[in-house]
Design a protein around this ligand. Structure first.
Ligand SMILES: CC(C)(COP(=O)(O)OP(=O)(O)OC[C@H]1O[C@@H](n2cnc3c(N)ncnc32)[C@H](O)[C@@H]1OP(=O)(O)O)[C@@H](O)C(=O)NCCC(=O)NCCS
Length: 179
């Protein structure tokens, strides 16, 4: 897809905090953004604040995607450590971007950056995975461009929005980072 002239140098990451709840509402209430996400688009500001607080606590990395000083999305890494010891060396990547910023290469840039950060900051991490709806072609493309390997389809893996959905499993492993 053709990308607008857009300077990716204006994109940066910083920790997402409760004071970002107003910016967060812009994409959290947008059905186009929520379509392939587990949350519903009709989120209240209190629900957004809870989501931010819970993720800030439970994620190893929970970053605001910023354009200048405006928050336009977030990206997270959630470790499985503590929940499932057999998967203690794995973590899951998630990301969301406000609709008006799609198609400019922003997600690809920050996913690449966060892969480097995650393997640098989490010394025990061996596998970073992302699970994407089979219909979410843009997100699959982002992961491919960022160096993830497509591992296969998990049939009826996730019950979301009233339906069990087929998901694609992607991963990048420690041996592949910085190689
Ligand atoms: C998925 C998402 C983060 C992508 O962000 P983005 O900044 O637009 O992604 P990029 O611009 O870096 O790359 C998108 C790629 O997908 C491609 N793409 C987008 N829509 C597409 C479609 N319908 N069919 C085929 N390719 C498509 C683009 O052309 C681009 O690939 P290219 O550079 O080879 O042309 C954004 O759409 C989003 O926030 N979606 C809602 C939340 C979500 O789905 N999160 C991920 C959950 S796993």
């Amino acid at each position: 897809m053709e990308q607008d002239a857009f300077d990716l140098a204006h994109i940066s990451l910083r920790p997402l905090s409760l004071s970002d709840a107003d910016d967060f509402m812009v994409w959290a209430t947008d059905e186009r953004v929520a379509k392939f996400c587990t949350w519903e688009s009709s989120t209240s500001k209190d629900a957004a604040a809870d989501y931010i607080q819970n993720n800030a606590k439970s994620c190893s990395l929970f970053q605001a995607i910023c354009l200048g000083d405006r928050v336009i999305g977030f990206i997270s890494v959630r470790s499985f450590e503590g929940n499932d010891e057999g998967r203690a060396k794995s973590a899951e990547l998630g990301y969301v971007l406000g609709f008006k910023y799609w198609g400019k290469g922003i997600a690809t840039k920050v996913v690449k950056q966060v892969v480097e950060m995650a393997f640098a900051d989490l010394p025990d991490l061996e596998r970073l995975e992302a699970v994407v709806d089979v219909e979410n072609v843009a997100s699959q493309r982002v992961l491919e461009k960022a160096g993830f390997r497509r591992e296969g389809i998990l049939r009826k893996f996730l019950f979301m929005k009233g339906k069990s959905r087929d998901m694609v499993m992607f991963s990048v492993i420690s041996d592949e980072v910085g190689a």
